[in-house]
Design a protein around this ligand. Structure first.
Ligand SMILES: NC(=O)C1=CN([C@@H]2O[C@H](COP(=O)(O)OP(=O)(O)OC[C@H]3O[C@@H](n4cnc5c(N)ncnc54)[C@H](OP(=O)(O)O)[C@@H]3O)[C@@H](O)[C@H]2O)C=CC1
Ligand SMILES: O=C([O-])CC(=O)C(=O)O
Length: 263
């Protein structure tokens, strides 16, 4: 980072991702403040200040707020932060599949000039996908396979908790995937926003024979065929979340704060 002057950074939620982001940036001069829900069971360490209302976070004028709490918190908190001129890094990108919240975020950014930072999260290759997205007839397929532990409630609802074979849970559009699987399909919507949702198809698989979260992206266009495959170790604290996601957020935060955004 460019300067040793501490920056204030906010966190929405203090679960697996937020805890790992703070740990990954342990050597950086950052004053952390976390917005947690009243009565939350999250254990917030002493080096992180805690607030329970959004105004408590806004009044500290953080240089950046990191949303790591789920799609619902994007609806309730992100437009107000942007309106207040505070830039936000959003992990729960699937929230932007909802046209109303996408519109509110876009208007708030335009009014205040605050930035919405989109991390690559559990995946990569977004630069290539952005490059080919302007070509006519580009087709992109995204397939997410996770172990059964990541799909407990979905498999129980189908009576397939102990399946011995892989189960295709979903095939369809990225917006529908983000809506149906709000804790698992955010990376898919990051791909959708990088290209165009109409260019992308999504498949979701529960696989009893794997122990990693596997994201496969295939792009076919006039300039070639590309395949990306990310076999991510799940976070020890949350099997739905890949451990690399916190590192991606940490890299984006370093990048943003190193860009002269310190206060
Ligand atoms: N872009 C990507 O590639 C990825 C994105 N994600 C997104 O990140 C989110 C967080 O992941 P992870 O940390 O593993 O999840 P966790 O469930 O471990 O943590 C989320 C925390 O947020 C808290 N929380 C929920 N709602 C609110 C709220 N309205 N205000 C404040 N705190 C809240 C919960 O605490 P409590 O219930 O105690 O209040 C919980 O501790 C996921 O839900 C997903 O949307 C995850 C992985 C990859
Ligand atoms: O962490 C992952 O592998 C992906 C994930 O949960 C998401 O995109 O919401």
């Amino acid at each position: 980072m460019a300067s040793l002057e501490p920056a204030t950074a906010g966190l929405i939620g203090f679960g697996a991702l937020a805890r790992q982001v703070v740990a990954a940036l342990g050597d950086e001069p950052i004053r952390w403040v976390a917005l947690v829900r009243e009565g939350s069971s999250s254990r917030v360490p002493e080096n992180v200040a805690k607030v329970i209302v959004l105004d408590g976070l806004i009044s500290r004028r953080p240089a950046l707020v990191i949303e790591a709490a789920g799609q619902e918190s994007v609806f309730t908190h992100v437009p107000a932060l942007l309106e207040a001129g505070i830039s936000v890094l959003v992990a729960s990108m699937g929230a932007l599949a909802d046209p109303e919240i996408a519109g509110r975020i876009s208007e708030a950014r335009a009014r205040s000039g605050a930035r919405l930072i989109i991390p690559s999260g559990a995946i990569g290759g977004l630069d290539y996908l952005a490059a080919v997205s302007r070509l006519p007839d580009v087709q992109i397929r995204y397939r997410l396979k996770k172990p059964l532990a990541a799909w407990r409630s979905e498999l129980a609802a189908l009576g397939l908790s102990d399946t011995k074979i892989s189960v295709t849970l979903f095939e369809g559009t990225p917006a529908e995937a983000a809506r149906l699987y709000p804790k698992n399909l955010n990376a898919a919507f990051t791909v959708a926003l990088t290209v165009h949702p109409a260019q992308l198809t999504v498949a979701v698989v529960a696989d009893p024979d794997i122990d990693t979260n596997i994201h496969e992206i295939e792009a076919e266009s006039a300039v070639g065929h590309a395949t990306f495959r990310f076999a991510n170790a799940p976070s020890l604290d949350n099997p739905k979340t890949s451990a690399v996601t916190a590192l991606s957020l940490a890299a984006s935060i370093r990048n943003f704060l190193g860009d002269g955004a310190r206060r």
